[in-house]
Design a protein around this ligand. Structure first.
Ligand code: ADP
Ligand code: MG
Ligand code: ZN
Length: 489
């Protein structure tokens, strides 16, 4: 343990992410083939995406539009003049032996995304957002599905040429948690502008994490490793945690961290070396002679900007301004389109933003998390939630009962009113009924009453407890207190 603490204080973690997002266009990046997931292998292909000699690429305008949208949402500068390059390397999933990508003239430059981690807001810089094409998919015939030990491999080119947007972050991230928060926020942002479904299991959002350590206070970065194959937020965080330990142990043992690409093995909870990392010059980037540089019309870009939906950051500000929410609450409510829509629909039905927010962050989120589901699939609607809150406000049920009712609403999807009637749960707010309970409690506990009258005021708590018990928790506690005090005077 002492070694660990010392190391944590002595070294700073530096993380930068490269995120690939498949765009939701109907057709591919440079040809008219349909983009599909799960189709019969090699059915959505043509000479262009199969890389046949003599075929010519044509840029998909929609993909450019989507990437500009993402760039604007990330506060990037849109480069009206930009260009496609060839990135040369060999792999069987890419028959051209080069990937069309962007190099020194990307579509979007700079930008940032603010993330909240344990109460702090951190601004993570965006280096660039560019456009490229996806490769085909290899299916290795081995028990693990990995290439090691495979007898042979099959290639499916359906994915080849799918528009792929790459978002590169600055090395501004400092903890695995922050990396996860960044990814989650980015995912919600991209989904909210409608350019990708960012489905991590299906691979439409993929992330490579670059990580290094350096002595605290040191200006230059340490040697980094790049981790691949993390297909969930949890995997990203765990892989980075593992990698910090591995690099730290190397450094403490006086060894060197090698610049390499590593593979995350979720089953074994480790990263393993894949290859030593190539440098940019290994790829022999050069401008694709089949594609002239793009010169975009500024009016078109402005049009795209004007057509953007309200972004989460703006929605958050509006929630603070219009509903008086705290920064924390507003951030939560604006965290996804669906969350914000649920909140706004609820507030329309009941103008109590703070109470609605508390129920959403409390009971509703807890139940959604436990059921591993999203707010889109919430079995409780804004109408049902606000009806429940109204029943509390009217004194018909207590806050405690409301939580029980909520539980049942969540499981069975029933309305709160119906559940209360069905279960005979309604809070007793009838004064004569409560007076009856009070009289019985006073009669049954003469000693306690005497103590109270002799000045031991806290004795009243015992009587309240007895009354609540006798009413099976249904008596309105406020009325119980009022009536009891009156009768004891
Ligand atoms: P490469 O040429 O190896 O791909 P880049 O300079 O393009 O490296 O950076 C790729 C990603 O790695 C970016 O997200 C960047 O922020 C991050 N990065 C760069 N250097 C480091 C480092 N020393 N430690 C951690 N991350 C880094
Ligand atoms: Mg890179
Ligand atoms: Zn094609």
């Amino acid at each position: 343990m002492p070694i660990k603490t010392e190391a944590v204080e002595k070294y700073e973690v530096v993380i930068g992410l490269e995120i690939h997002v498949e765009l939701l266009t109907k057709s591919k990046m440079f040809c008219g083939c349909r983009v599909s997931f799960g189709a019969e292998p090699n059915t959505n292909v043509c000479p262009v995406c199969l890389g046949m000699p003599g075929s010519l690429p044509v840029v998909n305008k929609r993909a450019v539009e989507y990437t500009i949208k993402a760039g604007l949402a990330l506060n990037s500068k849109i480069a009206l003049h930009n260009q496609f390059h060839r990135k040369n390397y060999f792999y069987p999933d890419m028959p051209k032996d080069y990937q069309i990508s962007q190099y020194d003239k990307p579509l979007c430059i700079g930008g940032y995304l603010d993330v909240n981690v344990s109460g702090d807001t951190r601004r993570i810089g965006i280096t660039r957002v560019h456009l490229e094409e996806d490769t085909g998919k290899m299916i290795h015939q081995s028990e693990t599905g990995r290439i090691a030990g495979a007898d042979y491999s099959l290639v499916d080119f359906n994915r080849a040429g799918t528009p792929l947007m790459e978002i590169v972050s600055e090395p501004d991230i400092r903890t695995p948690e922050e990396a996860r928060a960044f990814m989650q926020k980015l995912r919600r942002l991209i989904v909210s502008i409608g350019v990708s479904d960012c489905n991590m299991e299906e691979g439409s959002m993929r992330c490579d994490a670059n990580i290094s350590l350096r002595p605290r206070g040191e200006a230059t970065f340490g040697v980094k490793s790049e981790i691949k194959n993390m297909n969930s937020f949890r995997a990203l965080q765990r892989a980075l945690e593992y990698e910090i330990e591995r690099q730290k142990n190397l450094i403490l043992a006086g060894e060197k961290v090698l610049q390499e690409t590593r593979h995350w093995n979720a089953a074994k909870n480790t990263t393993t070396s894949m290859r030593s990392k190539e440098e940019a010059h290994d790829y022999r980037y050069f401008p694709d002679p089949d594609l002239v540089p793009m010169d975009l019309d500024e009016a078109w870009v402005n049009n795209i900007r004007a057509g953007l939906p309200e972004l989460p950051a703006a929605r958050k500000e509006r929630f603070i301004r219009d509903f008086g929410l705290s920064t924390y609450d507003a951030d939560f409510m604006a965290s996804s389109t669906a969350m914000g829509d649920f909140f706004e629909a609820s507030v329309k039905l009941l103008a109590e933003p703070k109470t609605v927010g508390n129920w959403m962050m409390g009971e509703l989120s807890a139940h959604l998390n436990a059921a591993a589901t999203d707010i889109e699939q919430s079995p409780v609607s804004p109408k049902q939630l606000t009806d429940l809150i109204k029943l509390i406000n009217e004194g018909r049920i207590s806050g405690k009962m409301a939580k029980e009712v909520f539980e049942e609403m969540f499981v069975g999807g029933k309305d709160p009113q119906a559940l209360i009637e069905e279960k005979g749960l309604a809070q007793i707010s009838d004064e004569s009924a409560i007076a009856g309970f009070v009289d019985k409690a006073i009669e049954a506990n003469p000693m306690v009453v005497a103590e109270y009258k002799a000045g031991k005021k806290q004795a009243i708590g015992f009587l309240v407890g007895q009354i609540m018990k006798a009413s099976r928790g249904q008596a309105n506690p406020k009325l119980v207190n009022e009536i009891l005090q009156k009768k004891l005077q």
